[in-house]
Design a protein around this ligand. Structure first.
Ligand code: UDP
Length: 238
């Protein structure tokens, strides 16, 4: 039997990942596939927390760019993450694992409100936790929300699902000579300004000694492979 590398992880999925080939919103087939991988990890005995982004629905910065109110735009973005989280919860439950949405903003008709103590109880009760509404504050991102929840929940790693299978020396879609890094330190990501997550998220992961593993969401089975210490990815640690 393959050894599992991590016991409790925080998976960050961007809103874009849930959109599939559509230009906007949620593709249920993509949500089902990703939920399937989460359920597989849960069956292996891993405690999985998921932070979902909201960029497939709304981004506060685009409101500000159009001369609108950034703070209101950011709350709209956070509401977008709640939509994604509810879709993800339904898919996970349909596939047979117990799941709960904990939102940083109280919306009691739809989901529970995040507190660290409640979240720990849900993990103890063997549920997958979908964290919604990022940090609950404007001017932040769901990457920072993911690093924050990973720290609060004492996760062994933050797994960031992206468009490519790791961090590259250049954009591999544009530059054929681009190489994938096997390992980096948090500090290298910050000092070289590598586009992995925003700097606040990487700094929070560094300060709390949380490894960040970057892998491709498009690669079927990649999430579970990473949990087993296999597959293509970049590990950011140390
Ligand atoms: N957002 C926010 N505070 C947070 C997390 C998210 O204000 O703690 C807002 C922000 O407007 C952001 C949007 O929600 O643009 C969607 O989140 P994000 O851009 O991180 O989603 P992703 O890129 O992962 O899909």
């Amino acid at each position: 039997m393959t050894e599992l590398k991590y016991r409790r992880v925080l998976l960050k999925l961007s809103g874009e990942a849930l959109m599939g080939d559509r230009g906007f919103g949620i593709d249920p087939k993509v949500v089902d596939r990703l939920a399937g991988e989460i359920v597989e990890a849960h069956r292996l005995g891993i405690q999985v927390g998921v932070v979902v982004g909201g960029g497939n629905i709304f981004r506060g910065v685009s409101v500000a760019a159009d001369g609108g109110d950034r703070t209101t735009g950011d709350y709209l973005g956070m509401l977008g993450t709640v939509m994604n989280a509810l879709a993800m919860r339904s898919a996970i439950e349909r596939l047979g694992a117990p799941a709960v949405v904990l939102s940083a903003i109280a919306i009691p008709a739809l989901c529970e409100t995040f507190t660290q103590r409640e979240a720990l109880r849900h993990f103890a009760a063997n549920k997958v936790i979908v964290f919604a509404a990022g940090t609950g504050n404007p001017f932040f991102t769901t990457d920072s929300g993911a690093a924050l929840r990973a720290a609060e929940m004492d996760c062994d790693a933050l797994l960031k699902g992206t468009q490519v299978d790791g961090v590259y020396t250049a954009d591999p879609k544009k530059d054929p000579t681009a190489r994938r890094y096997e390992r980096l330190t948090h500090q290298e990501v910050l000092s070289r300004n590598l586009q992995v997550m925003d700097a606040a998220a990487i700094a929070l992961a560094r300060d709390n000694k949380i490894p960040v593993v970057v892998f491709s969401v498009h690669e079927h089975g990649a999430f579970v492979n990473v949990l087993k210490g296999k597959g293509l990815c970049t590990v950011i640690d140390g």
